[in-house]
Ligand binder design. Structure first.
Ligand code: SAM
Length: 268
């Protein structure tokens, strides 16, 4: 086994971390011990971090960052960990922007999606908002400016009304009855408001879609991740709101994104 000794972290401390993580059932104990030891200032800090991880806290919350779509996203305990599948949202949003595009990351959590889009398209004007003050603090760490707190569109400056080119809204979309089926990492360490989308999982989605037409620029789009099972209901909600609707898929990521567009001509 290659136990790389880092400054201040001995091979013995690394081996002890692996043993503790294995005992706690971590499948990737060696890899996680490496990540934790790289993030720990010293062995005392490492032991504390290993213990948090062993008790089930997501690795990203313990080390304080997640690597997502080629950007490093700072994370605080209790803030939703960006999911790999959300790369599809980032790709679809990036493809729809050009210099000066106004992009809003609504329900931004850590701000991961906006940060990743800005990483690919630095010339956009980015705004982000979330209802959760801890998420807002985290998003401010990542995005620095134009981060607001409040309920959906109420958080946004009114000058953005009718001017948003890309509205990213990775809303909570787990049906309430499915929450107990989530991994304990999510259930116990991510806030319910970040996960629970109501009876069919689409309550917050529907609220976003019903306001989107008013906030989008002509031709602007709204993008939301959903499950395949929600696709037909979500498409119908988008069309009912007067927007053109279609779906994006990535089978490798197991991702499904519904896109609504404020058309200038007749709605498809
Ligand atoms: C699934 S998480 C997504 C976070 C982030 N966009 C990401 O992909 O990593 C959903 C986020 O929506 C926020 N949220 C839930 N209800 C909201 C509301 N009514 N207004 C604003 N934000 C809300 C939660 O606080 C949480 O941060």
């Amino acid at each position: 086994m290659d136990l790389r000794v880092r400054t201040g972290i001995t091979a013995a401390a690394l081996a002890e971390s692996i043993t503790r993580l294995r005992a706690a059932g971590c499948v990737f104990a060696e890899d996680e011990a490496e990540v934790l030891s790289a993030a720990a200032a010293d062995e005392i800090a490492l032991r504390a971090m290993v213990e948090r991880r062993a008790l089930g806290e997501p690795l990203e919350q313990v080390v304080g960052y997640a690597d997502f779509c080629e950007v490093r996203v700072l994370l605080l305990p209790g803030v939703f960990v960006p999911r790999v599948r959300s790369e599809l949202l980032v790709r679809m949003a990036s493809a729809a922007t050009s210099t000066g595009s106004i992009v809003v990351d609504l329900c931004c959590g850590s701000g991961a999606l906006g940060l990743a889009v800005r990483g690919r398209r630095p010339a956009i004007e980015l705004h982000a908002a979330d209802v959760d003050p801890v998420a807002v603090a985290c998003a401010r760490d990542n995005l620095v400016e134009n981060v607001y707190q409040g309920d959906l569109f109420e958080a946004l400056p009114t000058r953005l009304r009718g001017r948003i080119d890309v509205l990213l809204a990775n809303v909570p979309y787990v049906a309430t009855r499915h929450i107990p089926l989530l991994p304990a990492e999510a259930r116990d360490h991510e806030p319910r408001t970040a996960l629970d989308g109501g009876e069919d999982g689409l309550d917050v989605f529907r609220a976003v879609i019903s306001g989107a037409g008013e906030w989008l620029a002509p031709g602007g789009i709204v993008l939301s991740e959903i499950t395949e099972a929600q696709a037909e209901t979500a498409l119908a909600a988008v069309r009912d709101a007067g927007l053109a609707a279609d779906l994006g898929h990535d089978d490798d990521l197991e991702a499904c994104v519904v896109r609504g567009q404020k058309t200038v001509g007749p709605v498809r």
